[in-house]
Design a protein around this ligand. Structure first.
Ligand SMILES: Nc1ncnc2c1ncn2[C@@H]1O[C@H](COP(=O)(O)OP(=O)(O)O)[C@@H](O)[C@H]1O
Ligand SMILES: [Mg+2]
Length: 260
């Protein structure tokens, strides 16, 4: 049940945003997409989920997603968008249950809230939550929708666009661990990430985008180098190895002021 995209080209307005991207992700792995602002990460994720029109082909387990009925896709993959603005004064449990068809699924929604550390938030108003709490409610919604990492039809997928961008470090780790556990249990995870250190810690595979193209891809230890990251982000970045396992970590390099 591999996710495979071939020669993906996307135009938004008159601009060509993706220039023929090949992308493969395997179930059982956390695959991260990184790159600077505007490099096409969100657009690639939206092409992989069929939310934006594209030229090329995206298949999930060999099935072209363009032919798949929406209900079948909703069963196989959940999508956490980069930012969700809800116009209605829903309470939290109603937001989590948005993707669920039956009232009897309420325990599932409560369980998903507990997984993101928001047990007891059921009747709070969504609009009165902090940005980070909203982000975790949205993740709970996706987890409730997708139910389990592997269903009768095979592995299921989480597509997460900057899932930890508004979170403190403890909740960043909690959310990345949820992604890790989902993959370890056989599901697939594709996550757009800004934090390079969390990416190095949790990713099995990394794609670095630059200007709508894949600049580099592979395991973090291979892809996350001074040269690749400095080029992609347009600033000097130094990659070190954190003991004991040698996980890469990334620090910006700022030139020291010349001594007088
Ligand atoms: N509706 C649109 N019309 C024209 N250009 C767009 C539109 N939406 C996004 N873009 C452009 O597409 C590029 C990629 O955007 P995006 O995929 O959101 O980048 P990222 O998620 O990597 O920050 C950006 O240069 C952005 O300005
Ligand atoms: Mg984006």
């Amino acid at each position: 049940m591999t996710l495979q995209a071939t020669d993906i080209i996307v135009h938004l307005g008159k601009t060509r945003v993706l220039h023929g991207i090949d992308y493969v992700a395997a179930p059982g792995a956390v695959s991260c997409i990184v790159g600077p602002n505007g490099s096409g990460k969100t657009t690639l994720l939206r092409a992989l989920t069929g939310e934006v029109g594209y030229d090329g082909r995206v298949t999930l387990g060999g099935t072209d997603i363009k032919g798949a009925p929406p209900w079948a896709l909703a069963e196989r993959r959940g999508v956490l968008p980069q930012a969700t603005a809800l116009a209605f004064p829903f309470n939290v449990i109603e937001v989590v249950r948005l993707g669920l068809p039956y009232p009897k699924d309420a325990p599932l929604a409560r369980h998903a809230l507990a997984r993101v550390g928001l047990a007891g938030y059921e009747t709070r108003f969504y609009q009165e939550l902090s940005g980070g709490e909203k982000q975790r409610v949205q993740l709970a919604r996706v987890l409730a929708q997708i139910r389990e990492p592997v269903g009768p039809e095979g592995p299921r997928w989480l597509f997460l666009d900057e899932p930890v961008s508004a979170l403190d470090i403890a909740h960043q780790l909690q959310v990345m661990q949820i992604a890790r556990d989902f993959a370890d249990a056989g599901g697939g995870v594709v996550a757009v990430m800004h934090d390079l250190n969390l990416t190095a810690m949790f990713a099995d595979a990394v794609h670095v985008l630059e200007g709508g193209r894949v600049l580099a891809e592979g395991p973090p230890g291979q892809v996350m180098t001074d040269a690749v990251l400095s080029r992609a982000y347009g600033c000097v970045l130094r990659v070190g190895a954190a003991p004991p396992a040698g996980v890469p970590f990334v620090l910006p390099h700022v030139a020291a002021e010349a001594a007088e």
